[in-house]
Design a protein around this ligand. Structure first.
Ligand code: PMP
Length: 436
């Protein structure tokens, strides 16, 4: 059953000589799951990957989220080919950009105006600039464990205490920048209130993943988003939602229009950052928000943001095609059904073998944490058995199941997964749990 990966091993050795760490994003390394060579994939179709040694894997990584329609979906592939045949980059406006902007606005009504960029990182980074330009304030409040890309301001962790000025999470970020960031625990309105009382006069924005995808999948507790919006506005600051993962993940729309939150008006942000799914697997980001706030952006206003590749025809065409697929009725319900079956299978196996497991499922995605307590914030997500996850990850990989190599990442179902894939995954998990 165990997969042999000699070619991945040798390619990794070669990659190490030329590419820093052998990977183009640190999350692709196997550092968090015991080290060694990551698997080099050569082809992907539907729910499957094939590695360079011709082993097949059922994929639940979905490229960290964007691949919601499965790999190489024909509708998206055709759109990309058509776009490429018409020229990959113009440096001029195109009609398709308007179409994708309209689709986003219809699905996410708090966005009166949109701007396309190339990544989630850029989208978030620019929302902060726009918020600062609009409010003429400097500080940002964020939540521990939420990931917002790798720009300076959001790569800042909490210091000690419930509400503290940040410390850089990475070398190369000046302490002076980290001092503009305050980090508080997710789902903790009292901590947010305290931070706003202390620093509210100079707070430009409160930034949050409204449904968290970066320390597992974590729902905001009842009233959290409403309270966050209210407290933030009372302080004269803007609410920024980072929906890079959550938009179009749980339904055709974003967290701010999700049925789990009945009062949409009470949780609407001022600015929203998007990425991942809206590019159908090609590089993209977008940000948008209320007209008078977005009018801060050049060429209308004083906040500068630009991009040679922004709105490139291939990414835009792929994004439109992806959203078209997601408009088919029943898509999200089907992914949810499969995710529920898989989550129950995992929980049954864990129970049978006496392994503590907490599953946080939100429609077609979930996180599985090796712990015996709920996971509602970053501290609780950290307090889970990473070593056991590492073993489980490898046991699954050797049986042809591709998960993200980190205990914090979600399992993503796609429209391509079948009942048979779920059954095979449950059987693999049963064998893995038996030998943990
Ligand atoms: N925000 C969130 C919520 C994310 O999950 C990510 C990426 N995982 C980003 C921003 C950054 O996006 P990108 O990797 O496209 O720069």
């Amino acid at each position: 059953m165990s997969k042999h990966r000699p070619t991945s091993e040798s390619l990794y050795q070669e990659a190490l000589q030329h590419i820093v760490g052998g990977v183009n994003s640190p999350s692709r390394s196997f550092k968090a799951v015991g080290g060694g060579a990551p698997v080099f994939m050569k082809r992907a179709e539907g729910a499957y990957f094939w590695d360079v040694d011709d082993n097949r894997y059922i994929d639940y990584l979905a490229a960290y989220g964007p691949i919601i329609t499965g790999h190489a979906h024909p509708h998206i592939t055709e759109a990309i080919i058509r776009a490429a045949q018409n020229g990959t980059l113009y440096g001029t406006p195109t009609e398709l950009e308007i179409k994708l902007a309209r689709m986003l606005k219809e699905a996410i009504p708090s966005m009166d105006k949109v701007r396309f960029v190339n990544s989630g990182t850029e989208a978030v980074m620019t929302t902060i600039r726009v918020a600062r330009a609009y409010t003429k304030r400097n500080k940002i409040i964020k939540f521990a464990g939420c990931y917002h890309g790798h720009s300076d301001l959001v790569l800042v962790a909490a210091g000690s205490g419930p509400s503290t000025l940040g410390i850089p999470d990475s070398a190369g970020i000046p302490a002076s920048i980290a001092h503009e960031v305050i980090t508080v625990p997710f789902n903790d309105l009292a901590a947010l209130e305290e931070a706003l009382q202390r620093w509210g006069d100079d707070t430009a924005a409160v930034m949050v993943e409204p449904i968290v995808g970066n320390f597992g999948m974590v729902m905001p507790q009842e009233g959290f988003l409403e309270g966050l919006c209210k407290l933030t506005r009372e302080a004269g600051a803007l609410v920024i939602y980072d929906e890079v993962i959550s938009a179009f993940r749980f339904h055709y729309g974003s967290a701010q229009t999700y049925s789990a939150f009945p009062d949409h008006a009470a949780i609407e942000p001022d600015l929203t950052a998007l990425g991942k799914i809206i590019g159908g697997g090609l590089p993209i980001g977008a940000y948008g928000g209320r007209r008078h706030i977005m009018e801060q952006v050049a060429p209308l206003g004083p906040a500068y943001q630009a991009g040679t590749m922004a709105g490139n025809p291939a990414s835009i065409a792929a994004g439109i095609a992806c959203l078209e697929v997601l408009q088919e009725p029943g898509i999200y319900e089907r992914m949810e059904g499969l995710a529920s079956k898989l989550a129950s299978g995992l929980l049954d196996s864990a129970l049978k073998h006496g392994i503590p497991l907490t599953v946080n499922q939100i429609r077609g995605s979930f996180s599985a944490h090796f712990c015996d307590h709920p996971v509602t914030n970053y501290d609780e997500a950290q307090d889970t058995d990473g070593e056991r996850f590492g073993k489980f990850f490898r046991l699954m990989l050797d049986q042809g199941i591709n998960l993200a190599p980190s205990k914090y990442e979600a399992w993503f179902l796609t429209t391509a997964h079948t009942e048979a894939d779920i059954d095979a995954t449950i059987e693999a998990a049963e064998r893995a749990m038996a030998s943990l």
